[in-house]
Each structure stands twice: as C-alpha cells, then as structure tokens.
Design a protein around this ligand. Sequence first.
Ligand SMILES: Nc1ncnc2c1ncn2[C@@H]1O[C@H](COP(=O)(O)OP(=O)(O)O)[C@@H](O)[C@H]1O
Ligand SMILES: [Mg+2]
Length: 245
Amino acid sequence: MAELLRVEGVVKRFGGITALDGVSLSIEQGELMAIIGPNGSGKTTLFNVINGVLKPDAGKIVFEGRDITGLPPYKRVALGIARTFQIPKPWPNLTVRENVAIGALFGSMQGRIGAREALEIADEILEIVGLSGKAEVEAGKLTVPEKKVLELARAIAMRPKLLMLDEVVAGMSPKDADRIVDVVKKIRDEYNISVVSLVEHVMRVVTKFAERVVVMHQGRVIREGPPEEVLRDPLVQRVYLGGAL
Ligand SMILES: Nc1ncnc2c1ncn2[C@@H]1O[C@H](COP(=O)(O)OP(=O)(O)O)[C@@H](O)[C@H]1O
Ligand SMILES: [Mg+2]
C-alpha cells in the first residue's frame, strides 16, 4: 500500500497545555484507521491539525508527498481531504439529494462540475449508502441516524482520498452503528478512500471497523496496531479502558 498522509512530529499547544506532544503517524491508501484515547488525549486536536482548522506549533503534515502544513482547510478539501461533523447540520430546507449535490460541488471536483452532474453524483452515492428512498425528502425531516448517513453521503460526494469521521457512531444504537460501519466499508471498497475515524467509547465498533488502531494518551501516540492486539495491550487497558475488556 502507498502512503497517503503522514503526520510528522506535530506539536500543538493551547496556552500552557500541550494538546499534541510530538505526534507522528501515517495513513495508507484505502486504509481504515481508528484513533482512540481517553477524553482530553488530543484526538480532536489532531483531527483539526490534519484538516487544517488548526496550525501546529511544530511538525508537519504531508499529503501525497506534498507538505500541506500551511494550507487552509478549503485547499485541503480541494486536494481530497473531507471530514464529517459530530453533529450533522444539513441544509434543513433542501432535499437530501440537494444536500449531497452541494457536497459534490464544493469537494475535490469544485469548479469542474455543474449542478446537473452534481445531482447525478448525489443519486449514485445515495444508492450506495441506502438513502435513495429519501432523496426528495427535506433534510430537516430525517431521523438522527439518517442525518448521520446523509452527513457521510455529503462527505463522500466531495470525492475525497481521505475521509475523516468525527465520532460518527457516538450515541447511536448498536444497529444504527453497524449500519454506519457497513456503509463506510462499502465506500472504502467502492472508491478506495482512506478513512480515519475518531472513536471515543464504542470499542465494539473499533474492532468491527478498523484495520489499525492508534491510541492517544496525553497528546502522544502510545500504541498502534491491529485492534485485537492493541485493545488487549495492558498499557492501553490501564490508561484507557480501565480493564474493561
Ligand atoms: N481550543 C482550545 N483551547 C484550549 N485548550 C484546548 C483547546 N482544544 C483542546 N484543548 C485542550 O487540549 C487537550 C486535548 O483536547 P482534545 O484534542 O479535545 O482531546 P480529545 O478529543 O481526545 O478529547 C485537552 O487538555 C483540552 O482541554
Ligand atoms: Mg474530542
């Protein structure tokens, strides 16, 4: 597999707090990766440094061999880095189909496709995520899990190479969480997208979704590897799971 993204020695401070204390990791093309760790361990900060919302104090972000550390978020989107938000905020009065089409218009194909093509892309993606039946429904009328699927569809419509999911299954029933995991895997298979997901508490989902898990603690990566191995690790159990497994 080829490397898609590399984070090199990233440091991020907020006043006296060192949220990221020299984080290095890489993501391969088509890989499914989960970043886990206790509250305050730096997951969201790392996420925001990768998508460009935050600038690191030291270190760099390399995407497809190119240093993107200085690029603003919208330029990273154009290069193929898309994200979802923990709380989806679709345009409530637009249809599901229109919401997804907007993703296509402002994603990595921005400026190269028109409205008609964007709507065609939306239809294709709604089919894949199993939301075709709701295409003409106003987005504000969807259930919460449906909004999460829409949020995923919108991000996929951006045709990213790297899809970053922020706590996408938080607060969901096991059934809805499983559906999301299945959709994400299907997308990866269909488009060879790399997926990085932040997961706070749902270890069952980590095991089901991730090929590799990165564990953060106090701003550092303390372990990484296959989920079964990492979640059984005594250090991980102590700092994170409290021996829960
Ligand atoms: N905007 C901010 N201002 C000040 N401190 C912050 C800010 N964002 C995060 N932090 C601090 O940085 C540390 C890491 O936070 P965060 O990245 O949100 O962790 P996680 O997502 O793993 O819960 C915490 O100590 C948090 O309080
Ligand atoms: Mg967080």
